[in-house]
Ligand binder design. Sequence first.
Ligand SMILES: [Mg+2]
Length: 278
Amino acid sequence: MTISSDGTQPGGQRGTDTPAPPPLGPPPALGVDMRSAVFLDFDGTLVDIAEHPDDVIVPARLPELIAGLSEALDGRLAVVTGRSIAALEALLGPLQVAVAGSHGGEFRPSTHAPVQPLAEPLPDAIVAELRHFSEANGGLLVEPKPFSVAVHYRRHPEALEGLLTCAESLASTFRLGMKHGKQVIELAMPGSDKGSAVTRFMGLPAFTGATPLFFGDDVTDEDAFHAVRNFDGHGVLVGPQRATAASYRLPDVTAVHAWLENGLDAALKSALQGETRA
Ligand SMILES: [Mg+2]
């Protein structure tokens, strides 16, 4: 079943007998002595979502902040995004950190390592069918990725019902995973998601034994919120409270940046004190 980004089922209300989830508090500050690992979604977590995916505004400080914190954590930081790695680096520049793209379809354990594909490429026929639907419905934005395809209906909400029917048919025919995110339907090759990407990172020497925190805003991040629990970690939901497997919540992108900056400050102070003592 597809779950939409507010936790409701498609076309329906939240069940009246479902109690409202308890409000979640913010995550504790990053402990510099703690062996934390930090996983970061991109859209809606590190940058505000824009009308068009290419229009997101990347704060000039962001690449430096991510790289600095990764260094402070001895490499135990990864960006885990639905975007392709190429699309992410077009916005952020060459990433100096570990990254998984395309909802876990692409995996790069460190900056200079080659990208490891974790899924089969998406058949061209799927993109062609969705483009055909898009053109017949006012021109929805079809975004092909190496292992998935996203259709953004933000400008054409009236097309959602038909889009769901078309996507569900393709998902069934080609045995694809289907995700309903914020104003976007995404079809992905099976075998990878953000949860499997996190699990794979946690098996790398740099991450082994660490306590992971995964920051994400959308339903596609719920796989990762579940995965980090297997390593005694926690999900951090970014945005309004909703049904979620996360343990903590931050209200918006600004609060995520503040949490990351505080963590980096603490790490740098700790390193300075260590040098003074040495
Ligand atoms: Mg997101």
